[in-house]
Design a protein around this ligand. Sequence first.
Ligand code: ADP
Ligand code: ADP
Length: 227
Amino acid sequence: DTIIDLSGIKKIYRTKEKETIAVSNVSMQINAGDFISLVGPSGCGKSTILKIIADLIPVDGGSIEIGNAARPIDRSRDIGMVFQQALLLKWRKIIDNVLLPAEILGLPMKESRERAKDLLEMVGLRGFENVFPYELSGGMQQRAAIARSLVHDPEIVLMDEPFGALDALTREKMNTELHQIWRKSGKTVLFVTHSIQEAVFLGTHCAVLTSGPARMASYFPIELEVP
Ligand code: ADP
Ligand code: ADP
């Protein structure tokens, strides 16, 4: 049940001064419900791959198929994203931050509000619905961002080093929590990290993106034992 199918993806960033080949030949097939940890050296194109899947940037070659006949995916609605920074809007209460994607997509607010509350409970932020972001620690803000990425019930969640800015202890705790959240949610997750330990702990598969001298990127999925 392939839900993400990239074949021979090429992406070049062009500025006035120069061209950067960000990825040159990336192919990957991801099955629905998998948790793929994506590792690789800085600058090898991990973020670029996520942005391509989310349809935030165009490609310069290759083919992209997201969804399948049994599970159609509208990339503007069925994808959730989490970034290295929580990027909460500081003038909005936590619950209203979590509700943002639902609001943007015009989903019914009453149900979305219930869902947002459930998600906040799931990420351990029950009772913090009506506080403002500055009242929460970095780890708590990041948990709110995870809740926000799930509020519109997306099939696919893309996470770009979501715990990169956290201290080691919080990070370890977040790993355990994210693992629980993923098991309950059944979503397909693509998770970028610099930490092999994190990758192996969280993933059903670990994929390695490399950038050789020719910037030829490869994808090696390694099946992991799910704890
Ligand atoms: P990673 O996430 O693996 O660190 P990125 O996908 O962010 O890698 O970047 C891949 C390459 O593309 C890097 O060389 C980076 O500097 C370059 N790059 C990324 N975004 C842009 C951009 N908006 N404009 C120009 N170059 C970019
Ligand atoms: P990451 O930590 O995900 O690898 P970076 O720190 O490389 O991200 O980049 C942060 C942001 O800056 C990204 O949105 C990326 O697209 C952009 N970026 C990265 N490299 C360049 C570049 N050379 N020129 C312009 N934008 C870039």
